[in-house]
Design a protein around this ligand. Structure first.
Ligand SMILES: [Zn+2]
Length: 324
């Protein structure tokens, strides 16, 4: 008779044979910085997550570093939006200011900057929109030009990694060559390579003030039914020069994560998104499950499925829990 239970008998035996270990060094904390605020504003749908002023985002970055975190992912909310997303690539834009301010206080912290247009466009789409007789089109190559300008401005401000999250075709190659041509060949690209059009982004849009004013994002984000296409998207981004590839969302896409990690062997990130966060928070608040136990299980599962890097709104709490 086989007795696998022998190695589950005590905590020490279980630790001895544990295959997957969480580490604060692989976590990335998303932070939202707003040009419109002097004081933090809570996001109603995401308890514990806030929009911050530049001064507060610096304090948060410092606090994160003291907890043992090494990387943040920065999103900006501008005071003004327009149809060309000009705040996204303004030299003194909110994200550019925040990057400079954080680098001054935390030079060793890895700053990953979100590169997209949806927080900065008046219509809330991730690219330039062309409307024609009741229909609208998100123009690919025109959008890529603005994404390139955004990425360059983040690099100039001091970002270590730029993270295009828009899903336009060809943007990784365009950003890579623009960075290389302007002396930023050491700035890495984390590509949102397989980003699915998902219902689980709902709360984020309140945090980033970026809901589309019309239509949806299904003409650029991926159909959630497609796995082979995700591998194709990842292959393209690697070919164009992505250093880290990302799958988003996380829990409903563990199969994608696993296949991407197995197939390409590249540093692979996963974004545990706002809706996934809100579900657990809400259930924990009602007493339906234990937040800490659930989060440790989820995060371990993401690593087990192949994630090297996990972007999560629980990064701070996890750093504390893992230290205890
Ligand atoms: Zn976007």
């Amino acid at each position: 008779m086989h007795r696998p239970r022998r190695l589950r008998r005590t905590p020490a035996l279980r630790n001895l044979v544990r295959e997957t270990h969480l580490n604060a060094r692989n976590l990335v904390l998303p932070l939202f910085v707003s040009e419109k605020l002097d004081r933090r504003r809570p996001i109603a749908s995401m308890p514990g997550v806030f929009q911050l002023s530049v001064k507060e985002v610096v304090d948060e970055a410092l606090a994160a570093q003291e907890l043992g975190l090494q990387a943040i992912l920065l999103f900006g909310i501008p005071a003004q939006k327009d149809d060309r997303a000009s705040g996204a690539y303004a030299e003194n834009g909110i994200v550019q200011e925040a990057i400079r301010a954080i680098k001054l206080k935390c030079p060793d912290l890895v700053i990953i900057s979100d590169v997209c247009l949806c927080e900065y466009t008046s219509h809330g789409h991730c690219g330039v929109v062309h409307a024609d007789r009741g229909n609208f089109h998100v123009l690919n190559d025109e959008s890529v030009e603005l994404l390139v300008k955004s990425a360059l401005s983040h690099a100039a401000a001091g970002a270590d990694i730029v993270a295009p999250s828009d899903m336009m075709d060809g943007r990784i190659g365009a950003i890579r060559s623009a960075l290389d041509d302007t002396g930023f060949d050491q700035i890495a690209i984390m590509s949102y390579a397989a980003k699915f059009a998902s219902a689980f982004y709902g709360p984020f849009r309140e945090a980033a003030e970026s809901p589309p004013q019309f239509g949806d994002r299904r003409s650029y984000q991926m159909d959630f039914a497609n796995a082979k296409e995700a591998l194709h998207e990842v292959a393209l981004d690697i070919d164009e020069g992505a250093d880290i590839i990302m799958v988003k969302p996380a829990m409903p896409y563990l199969d994608i994560l696993w296949r991407v990690r197995e197939r390409f062997g590249k540093p692979t990130a996963v974004y545990h998104v706002s809706g996934e966060y809100a579900m657990v928070k809400e259930a924990a608040e009602k007493g339906f499950l234990n937040e800490r136990d659930a989060v440790l299980e989820i995060m371990t599962a993401l690593k087990r499925a192949g994630a090297d890097i996990v972007v999560t709104y629980w990064a701070r709490e996890l750093a504390k829990w893992l230290h205890e």
